[in-house]
Write a protein that binds this ligand. Structure first.
Ligand code: FES
Length: 158
């Protein structure tokens, strides 16, 4: 399998690290850049960042696992996040999540075999007035009902 370190995006990441003269206090910023570029933070990218900015690997893994935004696994082209915060939950977010799971035949936290969809549950995304809320990548859907799930899926890029 081709190494991620041969991906041209690694040069973009290195340029970013050099430009901000990244050090330990910039770790989260560097991880955001990495996730945006590659879609996930693979172990070989952690090795690379550790060496480049002089931070122990264990510390980087600790940060990656603490923040749910970061992931060490490749995700689908369409990441469907169902908000399970209190406001959304009391308005039926669990039914919406189950409907996505049933229609896409994957469980929350999983990615479809064709890598088109990942389903995940999030805590409050800060749009409680629109509860229940679903996000597909950066797009926000508010006041979602289980009956809307099929339409949301059909609007995804495949
Ligand atoms: S609880 Fe879902 S947006 Fe706040």
């Amino acid at each position: 399998m081709c190494s991620l370190l041969e991906n041209p995006k690694i040069q973009e990441l290195d340029a970013f690290i050099d430009e901000i003269h990244a050090k330990e206090s910039d770790l989260i910023e560097v991880l955001h850049k990495t996730q945006n570029l590659f879609g996930y933070i693979a172990e070989e990218l952690v090795d690379h960042i550790a060496e480049k900015i002089g931070v122990p690997k264990a510390k980087i893994f600790g940060v990656v696992s603490f923040y749910s935004y970061f992931t060490t696994e490749p995700r689908g082209k369409n990441v469907i996040n169902v908000c399970m915060g209190t406001a959304c939950f009391v308005r039926g977010a669990d039914k919406i999540l189950r409907e996505f799971e049933s229609q896409l035949r994957i469980k929350s936290g999983e990615t479809s075999i064709d890598k088109l969809f990942t389903i995940d549950a999030l805590r409050c995304v800060g749009a409680c007035g629109l509860a229940p809320v679903v996000m597909v990548n950066d797009k926000v859907y508010g006041r979602v009902e289980a009956a809307d799930v099929q339409k949301i899926i059909s609007e995804c890029e495949v």
